[in-house]
Design a protein around this ligand. Structure first.
Ligand code: HEM
Ligand SMILES: *[C@@H]1O[C@H](CO)[C@@H](O)[C@H](O)[C@H]1NC(C)=O
Ligand SMILES: *[C@@H]1O[C@H](CO)[C@@H](O)[C@H](O)[C@H]1NC(C)=O
Ligand SMILES: CC(=O)N[C@H]1CO[C@H](CO)[C@@H](O)[C@@H]1O
Length: 546
């Protein structure tokens, strides 16, 4: 018997309606079925919006932080339609989550440009990429890049010096601006031997920079709704594609980015093949040969090395995706951290003075990596900055299967029962509040909110249990998906602070209360009275007398 098209259409409709009702019931019943239902947490003010309005109003990281103070080290809250997130700050639980990326994976979709890059890749693809890329970020390679970090720091120093000479040293300078240009120039040169020339005041507008800013501009929200949309997109991955508005200039920007990336890769491959051709036909460089100025060349060479099995090689698409990945991961993070460092130094003049004395004792403007790393107070100042002003205030992981997360310290649930673990279902979103953990009074003591580099002379015991890849803080996260660029950014920050604090005395141009922090992905400074002006850090700089 033939089924008429209208019967077919009707059955499809009925089936869809049933699925719809089923889904709706699931959503409605979530508060009674979810294994997270008895976790402590804020009350749910609205079935539709959950806690999202408060998160958007008071800022995501600050709200989470306040909830941790109030509800403890395990809590949950609601987003739209009873969709819930869990927040955990327990060290043992974090270790469990961060060391098992196949159970707690990265969440959902990102910009298609990053899709195959290291930040977004998952599973086997991620492991292979990490394997090929790790050596490029090792100490030996970072040592080679130190010269570029210093060269660009000195260029920034000269730019600021001439700004002071043109105006007056009482005119505030927006430190964010120079620092952000500096780190862009550095990631261009060290990442793929590309000259953005952003620090050059007479430089031309740069095509790649413009394309990049267009695609990844974050935070400069003129209206709250942008933050709100970004927040939603970030934390409810499935909504993201509907929230990101696309238009032609955006897709043009994508094309420009791809074209330049592909061109860079093409050139490097040619260079490498030409260089190795001189060794005779059919030779491919071995991993020992891998020495180059920029990370991308190194990566391509390492990927071509004969000791990497075919199955573990990266495709051209994978390599191409690393160009925007380096820009996203390595540019604003480092410049923001350095901006907060200068801010912290203006609030602690004695620290600034002590640091300057240590730095001025070095006899050269261009120390090497070992010489920079041998400055103990500089090290402590950078560590303390990264603890107190973690540029990435939180991240998240999505459970790919049901799991039981063990806790170091039990918690009391809403029914008054002691719980030694947290049961999560597949699809549960776990927030890792990096900043709140960095500043936890449980770990760092009562003065956890203060900028006090001296604390690094003798670390508290609790800090040793934090599963971070560096320095007992979670700023660079931990486990197999920790920041691959942490050594890179530590030395870059040291080069900047070394050069700038030797050259200038910094004071804040506005009262400290006027500086507020807002974040979408990276936590950046704004003026309380004038957030519409965008990110800024107005500093008065006075040249240090020789
Ligand atoms: C102060 C500066 C920096 C901070 C605070 C920082 C922080 C982080 C954090 C928290 C993650 C983990 C993100 C997550 O999984 O949710 C991460 C990953 C990553 N970072 Fe950084 N980062 C910094 C600088 C850099 C630099 C300079 C580079 C590159 C040149 C870089 C490259 C990456 C990459 C490629 C990943 C992905 C690693 C993976 O998933 O295997 N980062 N970073
Ligand atoms: C400060 O510099 C940042 C980064 O270049 C820029 O986005 C911002 O608009 C500047 N703020 C002001 C007030 O000039
Ligand atoms: C596309 O988006 C950019 C930035 O978001 C905006 O400046 C531009 O006006 C938009 N163009 C159109 C045609 O909507
Ligand atoms: C950047 C950042 O995380 N800043 C916050 C650090 O914590 C103090 C209080 O502990 C806040 O005042 C900062 O805004």
């Amino acid at each position: 018997m033939a089924i008429s098209p209208s019967t077919l259409a009707l059955s499809v409709l009925v089936a869809a309606a049933f699925i719809g009702i089923y889904k709706f019931l699931q959503i409605l019943l979530r508060p009674f079925t979810s294994p997270l239902r008895n976790l402590p947490g804020p009350p749910n003010p609205s079935f539709i919006y959950g806690n999202t309005r408060q998160l958007a109003r008071d800022g995501f990281s600050d709200t989470i932080r306040a909830w941790i103070d109030k509800y403890g080290h395990v809590l949950h809250y609601k987003l739209f339609l009873n969709y819930e997130h869990v927040v955990i700050t327990d060290s043992r639980a974090l270790h469990h989550i961060l060391t098992q990326p196949d159970i707690f994976g990265k969440s959902g979709r990102v910009s298609p440009l990053l899709g195959k890059g290291l930040l977004a890749a998952q599973g086997e693809q991620h492991r292979n990429q990490r394997h090929v890329m790790n050596p490029a970020f090792g100490p030996a390679q970072i040592r080679e890049l130190t010269g570029v970090f210093l060269e660009k720091s000195l260029q920034l120093r000269d730019v600021w010096m001439s700004q002071i000479e043109q105006n007056d040293d009482a005119v505030p300078i927006n430190a964010t601006d120079g620092l952000s240009k500096m780190t862009l120039d550095v990631i261009g040169l060290t990442g793929f031997n590309y000259e953005f020339d952003a620090l050059n005041p007479h430089g031309k507008p740069n095509e790649l920079n413009e394309a990049f800013s267009m695609i990844f501009a974050q935070g400069d929200d003129k209206r709250g709704s942008r933050t709100f949309r970004n927040l939603l997109g970030l934390y409810v991955p499935r909504l993201r594609q509907f929230l990101t508005r696309r238009n032609t200039s955006l897709s043009n920007a994508h094309q420009i980015m791809r074209r330049i990336g592909a061109q860079l890769i093409e050139e490097k491959k040619r260079e490498i093949l030409e260089a190795t051709a001189s060794h005779g036909p059919n030779t491919v460089p071995s991993r020992q040969d891998v020495r180059g100025r920029d990370l991308l060349s190194l990566l391509i060479r390492a990927n071509m090395a004969k000791d990497i099995p075919e199955s573990q090689r990266m495709s051209d698409e994978d390599i191409l995706a690393q160009v925007p990945t380096f820009l996203v991961a390595g540019h604003e993070t480092t410049s923001t951290a350095t901006t907060w460092c200068l801010y912290a130094l203006t609030q602690a003049p004695a620290v600034q003075q002590k640091l300057r004395e240590e730095l001025l004792s070095v006899g050269t403007d261009t120390p090497n990596m070992e010489e920079l790393n041998a400055l103990p107070y500089l090290d402590a100042v950078i560590a303390e900055t990264l603890r107190l002003h973690s540029p990435v205030p939180q991240t998240a992981r999505l459970a790919k299967q049901d799991d039981v997360v063990p806790l170091g310290k039990p918690f009391v649930d809403k029914k008054g029962c002691m719980q030694e673990c947290v049961r999560v279902k597949k699809g549960t979103f776990t927030i890792i509040p990096i900043m709140a953990i960095n500043q936890s009074k449980d770990i760092w003591g009562e003065d956890a909110d203060e900028f006090r580099p001296e604390r690094w002379d003798k670390l508290p015991e609790g800090a040793a249990n934090i599963p971070g890849v560096w320095g007992h803080i979670l700023t660079f996260l931990g486990g197999p998906r920790a920041c691959i660029g942490f050594r890179f950014s530590l030395v870059e920050m040291k080069a900047l602070v070394f050069t700038l604090v030797r050259a200038f005395e910094f004071t804040l141009a506005v009262p400290a209360d006027d500086i507020i922090a807002k974040s979408v992905v990276v936590r950046r400074p704004y003026l309380r009275g004038d957030p519409k002006k965008g990110v800024q850090m107005p500093l008065i700089m006075r040249p240090v007398c020789a």
